[in-house]
Design a protein around this ligand. Sequence first.
Ligand SMILES: *Cc1c(COP(=O)(O)O)cnc(C)c1O
Length: 369
Amino acid sequence: MDAYAAVGRVYNFSAGPAVLPLPVLEQAQREMLALPGCGISVLEISHRSKPFEAILMDAQARLKALLQVPDNYRILFLQGGARLQFSMIPMNLARGTGKPADYILTGSWGKNAMKEAKRECEVRVAWDGQATNYDHLPTPAELQLSPDAAMVHMTSNETIQGVQFTTPPDVGNAPLVCDASSDFLSRPVSIDRFGVIYACAQKNVGPAGVTVVVIREDLLERSQDTLPGYLNFSIHAAENSLWNTPPSFAVYIVGLVAKWLQEEIGGLAKMQDLNHQKAALLYQAIDGSQGFYRGHSRPECRSMMNVTFRLATPELEADFLAEAAEQGLVSLKGHRSVGGVRASIYNAMPLAGVEKLRDHMLAFAQRRA
Ligand SMILES: *Cc1c(COP(=O)(O)O)cnc(C)c1O
């Protein structure tokens, strides 16, 4: 019996909230009633107390070390999910500048982000992959960037379509803003390529409730004091994410996930290798199926996090999903806008879970092709 079956767990391929590392859940369980040396639960502790301050600073320090965040960036823990950042970022970076914000649209989330930005500033589409239902990325020559943009927004991994940038596009001098909600901490990144990189936690980093924002310090000067306090980046930076009560439990879990990445995985380069290994198993099953499984993304833009594919008919897809569930492989249904199957194989999905899914894919194709 594997470690999952031993504690009654199935393999959860949900896009989010998503699987967390088992050792993290176990540590949280052990410490639930009383934090070591503190005697109260993290759920009960004052956010102004020394032990909680230590938890928050430890989570920040671990993220900084993992991502090699340069000293001129700040790491914030905010609420409201990635969706609030869709508003808050153009509100702080573009509102009132008279300059447009450019959006690179490689899938549904980029489009949602742009919709909110339209309430804050002039918005321009630098590229839109809609014509082919968001199955690929732009080439550098295809990007139509404004010479005077206040910011350029991209989505590093489109969670719904399963399309992922390997390196950020070159966008000139405007600060590049990246929604990394579904691939944050999945691989090393050059933070200095970005003005802002942000991620809701519940895909790859922790539980729902906290959003991590990494922002270059000089951009904080753009926040105008006409903004509501909570929506002002410079206030959160000045108060080190303790202006008001942060989502303390979620911050604690983010710290444990970062510790797991450092101490058990061995850093983001190792995590990337493991993620490549896991994704390759599924893409090989797709490519070797003689068309029984058809990937949504073009091969060169395939996501290492969300593997999206279709079968010939909705009936066949329903059978595939039902038989998967019987084997403890759950939450594999694709998003309604793409259909088919979506296997989200974030950092915490064990190789054993992916192997089991691959085996189901091979066996099902053999039976039904
Ligand atoms: C899930 C997701 C979001 C939305 O996050 P919320 O926390 O629900 O607001 C935004 N962008 C991407 C890329 C996502 O995967």
